[in-house]
Design a protein around this ligand. Sequence first.
Ligand SMILES: [Zn+2]
Ligand SMILES: [Zn+2]
Length: 346
Amino acid sequence: MLKNQAAFLIGQQVLEIRECEMPVVSDTDVLIEVRHIGICGSDMHIFEDPYHAVKDIQLPVILGHECAGRVEAVGKKVTGLAPGDLVALEPGVPCGVCEYCRSGRYNLCPDVRFLGARPWLGGAFSKYVCHPAKWTYKLPDTMDTIEGALIEPLAVGMHAANRSGIKLGQNALILGAGCIGLMTLEACLARGVQKITIADLHSNRLTMAEKIGAENTICSSREDLISRGMEITDRNGFDVIFESSGSKAVAALAPALVKRGGKIVMVGNIFGETPFNFFQTNAKEIDIIGVFRYCNLFPTAIDLCRRKQVDTKPIVTNYFHFSEIQNALEYAINQKQAAIKTVINM
Ligand SMILES: [Zn+2]
Ligand SMILES: [Zn+2]
């Protein structure tokens, strides 16, 4: 008999690994033995202060949604997947019938069931998870489950780049070189966009961005972001600003950095209210674009990795074993400078 284990968030900043029930696999589901799970900013946010982060949260809950593993068993009606296959999981399972699902923007489905999030039907910080086969993608032989777990944040970066509509010859500024900023960089490069500047407080993150292919970097703890940005663009500003720092103070600078007629794409989650100069954005006729997760992108994201048009693995800075998951989350939160992406190894 297989035994399941999961890391339960039992209180503020307290995880406990407990034995738990094996998930029930329906005819259309797949049972997955989880191999790698990325720690996302949203996991850290809930771990740090669950009662503040999620209204009416009832602990314990299981977090985690960026995962890949090995198929253990498949339901009777599942075709195209078999035990032993390595797979990446698209964590959001939408209803399939609402207006948003029908129009293809299923990321906006109000009834989505998302791993490690409301309504808490399960999370990826577990040994086994059950997932609908429809939302489970076989990885090519050349890819491993580390790359598989990174498909989810890559899809966020691709969705941001797609929503921006950035074209060849245009220039972009990415604010924040954390995992999502770097995934946005990868996605823009894969679209053929070369003129990309990225800004961050920490130089190690900028070194990584340079290695990936950023043309310019701005270290905002040492340089003035606005004057450097203006210098780089001959005082015109950037066609597209991607805000992925999650910082109110940084986001507030976007209207000054964007070119006339340009776009500001809000990729990172900023909690609370941000002072934003709408007078300035109107005078420049700026489009402000929201980004919520992604849709219809997992197959393309996997294909980009297979073709080596993106290389996501170097973004992982730290690996922790599942038994050290408490330390892993603490490390990811307290060592933000060193930890760009922390991944749990089962
Ligand atoms: Zn995530
Ligand atoms: Zn729906």
